[in-house]
Design a protein around this ligand. Sequence first.
Ligand SMILES: [Zn+2]
Length: 455
Amino acid sequence: MFRLFDTAIGDIVEVSPIHSDNFSMYVCGPTVYDLAHLGHGRYALVFDVLRRYLEWRGLNVRHVSNITDVDDKILDRARRENRTPGEVTLEFEQKWFATMDRLGVLRPHFTPHATEYIAKMISLISSLIDLDAAYIGDDGVYFDSTKVSDYGLLARQSLSSLRAGARIEDKGFKRSSTDFVLWKFDSDASWAWESPWGIGRPGWHTECVVMSTDLLGSEFDLHGGGLDLSFPHHENERAQACAIGIGFSHHWVHNGFVMVGNDKMSKSLGNFTTLDELLENTDPRAYRLLVLQSHYRSPLEVNAQTLSEASRALNRFDLTYRRIKDSDIRTIGLEPQDDICDTFRSAMDSDLDTPRAMADLFDLRSSINQLLDRGEKEAAARSFTTLEHLLGVLGIKLMESEEAQFPPEVMSLLEQRTNARARRAFDEADRIRNILTELGFVIEDTPEGQRVRRL
Ligand SMILES: [Zn+2]
């Protein structure tokens, strides 16, 4: 039984697919006007791991994630840089996928663009007007939030408390502060579309309703994204679906924020880091490992220390991989061990408990090293096959790292030294360093862990 925390229910619930072996998921994608940041990387990795895991569990996953290529921020950038909006979106969409590829995020099966769905958005907005769930104001068409009895479900707040919180906000032409724009009039027709109500552009919240139902049907299994999307974006998507009377997403899943220091990462706080900057000095697999070591709903602390810990942890896995390769052990044809896979499954089934799954895999790695130390090659081979298989489910592929090109006894000493340093047993670490020096190797300690080279 697979369980996830459903924001709409406020609890961990069983997730059973609508159509037995198939699983349909829609994850809100980027607005392509700037480079991807750490928060984008986190949500992309969280839902990548969810997809990989469900596929491993035997489900046929259909993963849709959109590209928002209509937005005022795109237009602002285009104007600032004297370019067309299309040039801006093309540049940042290409950069987005290049960065996601580096992170090892599987490409969604479908990546619809908002600009391809304008006609369908206009048709949805027309239906909402016909149903009296939307009205035409002086500057655009608005959704009437009072027409959805449980508006506020994803915000986990009632309509009245949402209103109270928003009362200072200038509501302009809106009848209520919780109403939201479906279509914005814009007389400057340089980047606008014709509609029955006037030339303009769609608001942000309609595109995902139209694209998700077009590609996944009027009911699908899961709608996800970062926690910042739960309100208002997902609330407003859901409100439109409720108003037209479709089942829409059965589950709503959100991942937590990325924290830099004690603050939520955001552009306005100036602690905004792009993924490309991060990946200049960090193995992309280490960022994935860091994401996996936090529960997806918890805040994720990204700083020099957590990154270097993740890099070292990754390095240990790679060292074990190298030891196996150097030990002349054959793993071809071996199957992963059922009992270990079952333990992995029970952690992952329990609201995607990747920290627990990773802790188990670290233990498995230690036991492989012990088996190797004792010369129990067959048992080590079986356990290693399982380790490699389950790390693969999480999207981590082991590699021969730069350091891993050295003789097995050097690898073993490096491993012991990493462990000694982790225990803060620095005398022991120095002793091992001296042995390595005598063997003709120089060790440097860097934030990414120890580096070794021949004298
Ligand atoms: Zn969306």
